[in-house]
Design a protein around this ligand. Structure first.
Ligand code: NAD
Ligand code: UDP
Length: 325
């Protein structure tokens, strides 16, 4: 049985990865310090014999006994609200956390995949973004704590590959949404859906002309799985090229949820990228991957999930959602 360590396992992407690797028959070692995650996302896996959970901060030394085949490093605050609240922890997990996990991979002779992001392209001057674009990132701006940590993550991962011959993979993840996102993490999908469900107006930042391209969780997990199992070492974009403005997106959510709330405008956060769309030619060619779930279908599934939450969870006051208030 393959043994796989998943960091950030109690978070949105990490918990779905745990499900996938359990379904593939792996023994999954889930690791998380619960700073933005929630044990509720993985509690259904606790009774399984091939699942174990380690409450640990990966920015400190990571020790595991026995053999290990794969490491997926997904621990990191991921929403602008989260990483602005905990900037130093964000820098540490992208840098020291990655260093610790690369060291562990070297020790165990394990293959490691690290979760990078479209944020390495910053506020892009090239559109759509392909993997050869170096990006337009402010190192000292508020988002720099996340963007530069991820750029360092890519850099040190390639160094371990070139210098130590480590078996590495780098995925550049574009905005992904689905069940288990924290309602109060500030990202636009839970923000708009939470507002619609609570009967609040939808907050569009700026004039809403900035664009994003949203990927449904199942498509993202499939892309990550294929990349891990491939022999491709350079970074690969995984995202859905179906681009929309945030204003159109708010209108789409209003239609989907049937809310009679209005759109209200709030200031655009500093360095908020004005456009974002992945060029997925490489993923298509190397992995034979492209998204299968249309936004209308994915949003409906995500809405069904958010609708199923208790009023306490919806209000954002549930104990499981209060880790970094
Ligand atoms: P999330 O906040 O839901 O999950 C992150 C998890 O990491 C949480 O459970 C948190 O408690 C854990 N964590 C944070 N710091 C830790 C530490 N020092 N030690 C142990 N655990 C720690 O976020 P997510 O959306 O699931 O993102 C997961 C990964 O994917 C992140 O690395 C993020 O940068 C990357 N990513 C996500 C998206 C997206 O759209 N969801 C886009 C680009 C990149
Ligand atoms: N956004 C918005 N209203 C909100 C939350 C986000 O208009 O309540 C915008 C935000 O300014 C950005 C886009 O939606 O342009 C996506 O934001 P998110 O935080 O989800 O991700 P990121 O900016 O990291 O792509």
């Amino acid at each position: 049985m393959k043994k796989t360590l998943i960091t950030g396992a109690a978070g949105f992407l990490g918990s779905h990865l745990c499900d996938r690797f359990i379904a593939e028959g792996h023994h999954v070692i889930a690791m998380d310090n619960l700073i933005t995650g929630d044990l509720k996302n993985i509690e259904h896996l606790f009774p399984l014999e091939n699942f174990e959970f380690h409450h640990h901060d990966v920015s400190t030394f990571v020790h595991l006994g026995g053999e290990l085949d794969y490491i997926l490093h997904f621990a990191s605050p991921a929403s602008p609200i989260d990483y602005l609240k905990i900037p130093i922890e964000t820098l540490k997990v992208g840098s020291l956390g990655t260093l610790n996990l690369l060291g562990l991979a070297k020790e165990k002779k394990a293959r490691i995949l690290v979760a990078s992001t479209s944020e390495v392209y910053g506020d892009p001057l090239v559109h759509p973004q392909n993997e050869d674009y170096y990006g337009n990132v402010s190192p000292i701006g508020p988002r720099g704590v996340y963007d530069e940590a991820k750029r360092f993550m890519e850099s040190i991962t390639m160094a371990y590959h070139r210098h130590h011959g480590l078996d590495t993979r780098i995925v550049r993840i574009f905005n992904t949404y689905g069940s288990r996102m924290r309602l109060n993490d500030g990202r636009v999908v839970p923000a708009f859906m939470g507002q619609a469900l609570r009967g609040e107006d939808l907050t569009v930042f700026g004039d809403g002309s900035q664009t994003r391209s949203f990927t449904y969780i199942d498509d993202q997990i499939e892309g990550i799985y294929r990349l891990l199992m491939s022999d491709y070492v350079e970074p690969i974009n995984i995202g859905n090229p179906d681009e929309t403005t945030i204003l159109e997106f708010a209108q789409e959510i209003i239609k989907l949820t049937g809310t009679d709330q209005k759109i209200v405008y709030r200031p655009l956060p500093q360095d908020d990228p004005l456009q974002r769309q992945p060029d997925i030619s490489r993923a298509k060619e190397v992995l034979g991957w492209e998204p299968q779930v249309h936004r209308s279908e994915g949003l409906k599934k995500a809405y069904d999930y958010f609708k199923s939450l208790s009023p306490e969870e919806l209000s954002g006051n549930h104990r499981n959602f209060s880790a970094i208030k």
